[in-house]
Design a protein. Structure first.
Length: 380
């Protein structure tokens, strides 16, 4: 890998002598700074964002970044699949003051990668609901979810019901009608479907909500149900109190990518599939939980009606700024008149490398910090 990076540098500029450069090795990439240009060889990639590479460039004082990658970074994925990922990285690079160029390394040649993204926005407004309600049986499902006090999120022909940000039910089609599958996560949904045939959907949903309340609002801060999908919970708090981010109104966003993306989530990249053994056959036909990459999004409006894209992250995520920029670009491509953007973080996750990336952003970004007591903010 050291030789491969030196070769890439020489092919980029034959006048450079990379042999004297100090190459640093990170878990997923190699990098060095040569004459103010950060040269980064991506060895493997698990999330489609350039945050880590930008953090290195910022720390090393680079004035430009070259990223080198091949299909091997995705475990030998096909060239078209790797090209989609590289196009996303290239697009994200356009959102920063430091110029970023992505090169595809193939047959010993460096080919600049054009930018592009297939990220699609589903604004949680009346149009999203109407599309879902066009299906038979969907009205009863939505009514049950809303009467239970849950948030209904619509993604084309699917509805996801969340409580305190955590998925508690989802719509499925059965015999031409929409019905509700209830439970927190795939295992819970399967168990309820197999073992609790006597309970009505309303009873199952009420019981599930009570369990979520017990762990999310109780003292079990280390229980998985207390830690999952915090970004959507934070978004729910801001939705009811938009003044927390200096805005008047907040409309949630859900995101989808077109088919063939190498992972079950929006930025996660998992190309390998685990063979189903005898114990795993039960999972056939039952999807994983609602993935969110620990970051959620919304469109916020100010007093004058100007719109901003809000990215809400619940974890330490060096890629949050790059992901937010990709959503901003997708919003503008969809015809939204976006004036700015806001990155919301928990106070404990506000670290210097992320603040440096906020400062490097070139697309009108400000950051807002949530205090540790945000879960206790009165929603009513």
């Amino acid at each position: 890998m050291l030789g491969a990076l030196r070769s890439c540098i020489s092919r980029f500029d034959s006048s450079l002598d990379p042999s004297a450069a100090e190459i640093l090795e990170f878990p997923t990439f190699l990098a060095c700074n040569v004459d103010g240009v950060a040269h980064v060889l991506i060895v493997s990639i698990s999330t489609a964002d350039i945050g880590g590479y930008l953090a290195f460039a910022s720390r090393s004082g680079a004035r430009a970044i070259n990223l080198y990658a091949s299909p091997a970074m995705l475990g030998g994925a096909s060239l078209p699949l790797a090209s989609r990922v590289l196009s996303v990285l290239s697009l994200q690079g356009e959102g920063f003051k430091v110029p970023v160029t992505v090169y595809s390394v193939a047959t010993g040649q460096l080919e600049p990668v054009s930018s592009g993204s297939d990220l699609q926005l589903v604004v949680q407004d009346g149009d999203a609901r109407r599309e879902f309600l066009s299906q038979e049986g969907s009205g009863e499902v939505v009514e049950l979810v809303l009467k239970s006090g849950c948030e209904a999120l619509f993604v084309k022909d699917r509805m996801i019901a969340t409580h305190l940000g955590l998925e508690v039910a989802r719509s499925v089609r059965s015999d031409g009608r929409v019905r509700l599958e209830i439970g927190v996560g795939r295992n819970d949904r399967i168990a309820k479907a197999l073992l609790d045939e006597t309970a009505t959907p309303a009873e199952q949903l009420r019981e599930t909500i009570e369990v979520v309340n017990r762990y999310r609002l109780g003292a079990s801060q280390f229980h998985p149900l207390a830690k999952l999908s915090l970004a959507r919970w934070m978004r729910l708090v801001i939705h009811d109190n938009p003044g927390l981010v200096g805005m008047k109104q907040l409309t949630p966003l859900e995101l989808v990518r077109s088919g063939g993306w190498p992972g079950w989530s929006l930025w996660s990249l998992m190309t390998g599939s685990v063979p189903l053994d005898e114990d795993a056959l039960i999972y056939r036909g039952s999807e994983s939980s609602f993935g969110d990459d620990d970051i959620s999004f919304a469109i916020a409006s100010d007093e004058e009606g100007g719109e901003s894209v809000v990215g809400i992250t619940a974890a330490v995520d060096l890629g949050a700024v790059a992901k937010l920029y990709e959503v901003v670009r997708s919003a503008k491509a969809a015809g939204r008149k976006i004036r700015g953007s806001i990155l919301v973080m928990q106070e404990r996750n506000k670290i210097v490398p992320i603040e440096r990336l906020v400062d490097l952003a070139s697309f009108g970004l400000r950051s807002v910090t949530f205090s540790p007591s945000w879960k206790m903010i009165d929603r009513y």
